[in-house]
Structures are given as C-alpha cells and as structure tokens.
Design a protein. Structure first.
Length: 594
C-alpha cells in the first residue's frame, strides 16, 4: 500500500566498528578579538563551501561560558562535529583563548554520518592546538589518513545498515492477517526488541548513551514530545551551553519516533517520512533554511510524485533541532513545538525543575494522567532491570508477561521510590469527567475499578515484556563520561542493553498506535452496510470512528482532549482519513451525567 521511502529499513543504531567514516572537510576555528570567529586552517573535498558557514555552526552562542563542548550540526549533505576548547589567556586576548577543531562527514552514513567516531581524536587535537595553534601537522596527518572520496556511497544502501537502532539486527515478528483485510496487508508486529550481538558495543561518544538522561530530564513530558515527533512537527529545543547533551537529545528523539518497518506497509503512500529529520545545533544563520522549510511545508500537499525521494520525504515534513539563540523563541512561525530546557544551575534547586513545552501559539503542552502512570511504569521496569524471558515469544508485544519477569521483582509498583515530585505544572489535572467516572465506578463496583487498573497495568507490562533492560557485566570496556545519578541505571552497560530496550519500548508504543488505527480503517472499509454517505471525507475513504476502548488499546488517555486531537491528526497524516473520536462518558439509567 505504501511505497518504500528512504530510510525505511531495519531500525538500526550504529554499533562500535573499527572503520571510521570518511572525512569530507577538516577545519580549525579560533576566536580573534578583532575579526571574531575565523577559520585558521581548512581542507575539504571539491565543491564544499566552508567560509562563512562552519565557523558559526561550530561555535553557537554562549560557548565562552564553558571550558569544552562537542557540537553537532548539519551542513547541506554533510553532518558536522566540532570539538570546542576554552583556555585561559593573557589580558590582551580577553583572558580567554577559544578554538574548535571540526569535521564534515557525508550524511549517507546516517543521521550524523557516524561523526561521533571521530570525537575523541578531535578533542585530542583541540587540546593540543589550544597550546600551539601553529602546529598544524596533526591536522595534516588526520586529513591524509581520513580524507574521503569525491563521490559517496548510495544513501539508501548505507542508511539501511548504519542508521539506528541496531546494526544488522531484525526484530522477531509474526504475521496476523485479518480475515477482513481486503488489502492483504502485512500484519507483522515488529516491536524493536532486539538484543545486541555478542561483541558489539556503542561507540564511546554515541548519542544513544544519553537516553537515560533524556528520560530523567523530561519525565512524563517525553510522551507528548514523542507524539509531536510522530506527527512530524517542527520541534525546537532552546538550551544553554554546553550543547553536547542537547544535541544527543535531538538524535534520541529522532530515533525514538522512527516508524518501525513492520507497520510501514500499513500506511498510505503519502504518509510522513519514516524518521523525523534532525538538524541538531542551529543558530540565527539557519533562519533562511527554516523559512525555506516553512514554505515547502505549506505547498507539500500540492507536490506530485517525484524521483527525488529525499526531497519529497524530508523538506517541509518536520524537523527537530536545538539552539542557544533565545531570539528563536520570538519567531513562532518557524516552529510548531518549543521546548525550553532549564538552566544547569536548576539542578541545585530544592524542587524539581522540568522543561517547559509550548505550542507555537504559546499554549502549554502537558503530559496526560495516562502519560504519568505510563512513565511510572517505565521507571518501575527500568528500576527492576527487566530481563528477557528465557523463551521469548515470536511476538512479545502480544504475549502476556510472566510473573517471573515482572511481578516478582522489586521495588513494588506503588512504592514511594517511584513517586515523581513537582509534576503539577507538567501534567494535565484530572478532568471533572474523569473524577466523576472514577467516583461512579467506585460507587457502582469497586471490583470493576480494580479490574480497570489491572488491565492498564497489564498493558504497560506488555510494552516492557521481553525487553533487555538489565545492565550487562560490570567489567565492560566503556563507562559513560557523565553517568546519571537517577534511579534509572548505573549506566555501566558496555553493550547498551538498556538503551536498546528504551528504543524498543517507544517503537512498540508507535506500533501499538498505528496497528490499532490500521485495524479500525480496515473494519471501516469492510463494512458493506454503511449507509451514512455524509461521513465521507475529502480523502480516498470514509471517516473512521475511534471508541474509548480503541484509545485505551493505543495507550492513550480517553479523557484528554489533546489525545483526541492527536488521534485525529495521526489518522489524517498516516491513513489519509478523517477520524471521529469518542470520549468516555458517565451514564446512569440511560441518562448521560458527563
């Protein structure tokens, strides 16, 4: 039903390999008190323009306040990485000497072209050149050793094996063909629960190491941001220097919102691309690029099928980026969702300071009550280090979780250590309808209320079932440089099992939403007795109806207007249909109370 678009291969995260990506450009940038940022040395392949571009992309605003940083960015068809160093200097140099050593690598090798594999060497060269920037032999040697070719490999072939999350690993899936499926669609339910092959590890500077920090930083807000990413919104994260971790967050959110291959054939051919385009660090110099993307998004519906698949899939189809330039917050036409990260000193606050998420119109975006409960369940699963079952089922997303893998573990699910502080500002308050319904259910049948809670627990357990969340042996060759102090993990896992499990968890959640909607579409299409022609949408098929039970199966909040709107948007974007969403109501003796 859907054409295969660029990047729709197995979900991969690049594993540690000995080969390094070829370098298309290498440059040294320093700060001159008169001329500003200046390129002091550079080498590049023919046709790559560096001047007036990379010096600003490599050194975002605010870096003078930090001693070192790693900055990721995108420049045309290349991914960029620069290692920044700030050292004390004489008074005539304004008491500081700042340089950056950076590279460009082809994007044909993935979201960041695997540029992080050069991070350690770039940092070493920056540390050496900050002492004596005239000793450029180290740069010449690096360029000679890693210089790339004037032609790069085919992007489709490279990304199918090198993009995220697990190189060369396909996930177990089974076919569940509905008898009513007149299109004979593939019902494979790949959930992303892959184990890393023995001997494979993530590179030391791989952005995926920040996944646990991402979960702790955003808390329940990770779910509305994930939904915005699924809708391919333009997501801008404003932050302060250093930017390395925020660039990692950009990468992580792009990976978490991938469309799993197993559900890609259920979607319409003009559905959004398989991944959300990451732009990483951007600045005021990138405003023309964002304006061009805005114009493309307005005309995207009028685009016809083109041979340039890359352009059709990415330009005007959403992005995620981070910036230290506060001026972006005032240009609300350039983004759909604005995420404001708290400053670093907020970590010393007596209360938890969460990121602020807003729409382009200035409305706060909050997590739902269901998001809060799901997040607690995820914390519980990570705290318990859920290990894969001894005999994993071919379709673990649908297989009940055994007591040995979930229920027998500690801490208890409702234990105080799982409580989250200060969430009132980031979570929607319980609606009056939800409170009335809960009170009515308790009055009518306390047993039914307990049954509903148990069903929700089981649904959350299924998302965690079989995931490899347990750290591996402690004597791994790599220990993360900035270990999280949260309850999530000790982060000594050289094989990145927890990181892979987190990615698989969100891909399961995506699969759960899209397969449920696909089933609803199929049932609607197969209903030969439909008589209400007024419900025909302006698209290729009739409107679909999502009940409150359907929303529960998708793991969404039946009481949240934001989740209702999400279903309407995702149905239109991925299935080309208009959706009518039913909220739960309270009825007594046939009379609707609320």
């Amino acid at each position: 039903m859907a054409s295969v678009r660029r990047g729709q291969g197995t979900m991969n995260i690049d594993l540690q390999q000995n080969d390094l990506p070829p370098v298309s450009a290498l440059f040294l940038i320093y700060f001159d008190i008169k001329a500003g940022y200046t390129i002091g040395w550079k080498r590049s392949l023919p046709g790559i323009e560096l001047g007036g571009v990379v010096e600003y992309k490599s050194l975002p605003s605010g870096l003078h306040t930090v001693k070192e940083d790693l900055i990721y960015f995108v420049h045309g068809e290349h991914a960029g990485l620069s290692a920044f160093v700030n050292a004390p200097a004489a008074e005539e140099a304004r008491n500081a000497r700042m340089i950056a050593v950076g590279v460009l690598v082809p994007l044909s090798y993935g979201r960041l072209g695997r540029s992080w594999k050069h991070a350690e060497k770039l940092k070493d060269m920056a540390d050496e050149l900050i002492v004596d920037s005239s000793n450029t032999k180290v740069l010449e040697d690096f360029w000679t050793q890693h210089r790339g070719y004037e032609t790069s490999p085919q992007k489709e072939e490279a990304e199918s094996s090198l993009d995220s999350p697990a190189t060369g690993v396909r996930f177990n899936a089974t076919q569940n063909i509905s008898q009513k499926d007149k299109h004979r669609r593939n019902r494979s339910a790949s959930d992303g629960a892959a184990l890393l092959p023995p001997g494979n590890t993530l590179s030391a500077y791989h952005p995926a190491w920040s996944l646990l920090n991402l979960l702790e930083a955003f808390g329940p807000l990770i779910f509305p941001i994930h939904r915005a990413a699924l809708l391919r919104k333009r997501i801008l994260i404003t932050t302060h220097a250093p930017v390395e971790q925020t660039c990692n967050f950009v990468y992580d959110l792009s990976v978490l919102s991938n469309i799993p291959l197993a559900v890609s054939d259920l979607l319409t051919s003009n559905a959004p691309p398989q991944r959300l385009r990451p732009l990483f660090s951007i600045g005021v110099h990138d405003i023309p690029l964002l304006e061009q993307d805005l114009r493309a998004s307005k005309s995207i519906s009028s685009l016809v099928e083109e041979e340039d698949v890359e352009t059709r899939d990415e330009v005007g189809r959403g992005w995620i980026a981070c910036t230290t330039d506060s001026i972006f917050a005032t240009k609300n036409n350039l983004y759909d969702v604005l995420v404001t990260l708290p400053p670093a000193h907020s970590a010393n606050s007596s209360s938890k300071v969460w990121p602020k998420v807003q729409s382009s119109s200035g409305l706060d975006v909050k997590a739902t009550q269901r998001d809060l409960r799901r997040y607690k369940a995820l914390r519980w699963g990570l705290a318990n280090h859920v290990s894969p079952p001894t005999s994993p089922s071919p379709n673990p997303i649908l297989e009940p979780t055994t007591p040995q893998t979930i229920s027998s573990l500690s801490p208890q699910r409702d234990g105080p250590m799982l409580d989250l502080p200060d969430t009132d500002d980031i979570v929607e308050p319980a609606s009056w309808s939800a409170l009335a319904y809960s009170g009515f259910i308790w009055w009518a049948s306390a047993g039914e209320q307990r049954l509903h809670s148990e069903e929700e627990f089981e649904a959350d357990d299924l998302l965690l079932s079989g995931l490899s969340l347990m750290p591996s042996t402690p004597n791994t060759p790599f220990a993360p440089r900035t270990p999280s102090q949260s309850m999530f993990s000790l982060r000594s896992d050289g094989q990145a099992r927890q990181e892979m499990g987190i990615i698989a968890y969100f891909h399961r959640l995506t699969t759960q939403i899209l397969t449920t909607l696909s089933d609803i579409v199929d049932v609607t299409d197969s209903d030969d007795e439909r008589e209400d022609n007024d419900l025909l949408s302006e698209d290729d098929g009739p409107s679909v109806y999502a009940s409150s039970a359907d929303m529960e199966r998708m793991g969404l909040d039946v009481w949240s207007a934001a989740d209702h709107q999400f279903i309407e948007e995702v149905t239109r974007e991925y299935f080309g249909r208009r959706a009518t969403v039913e909220g739960r109501t309270v009825n007594i003796c046939g009379v609707r109370i609320c």
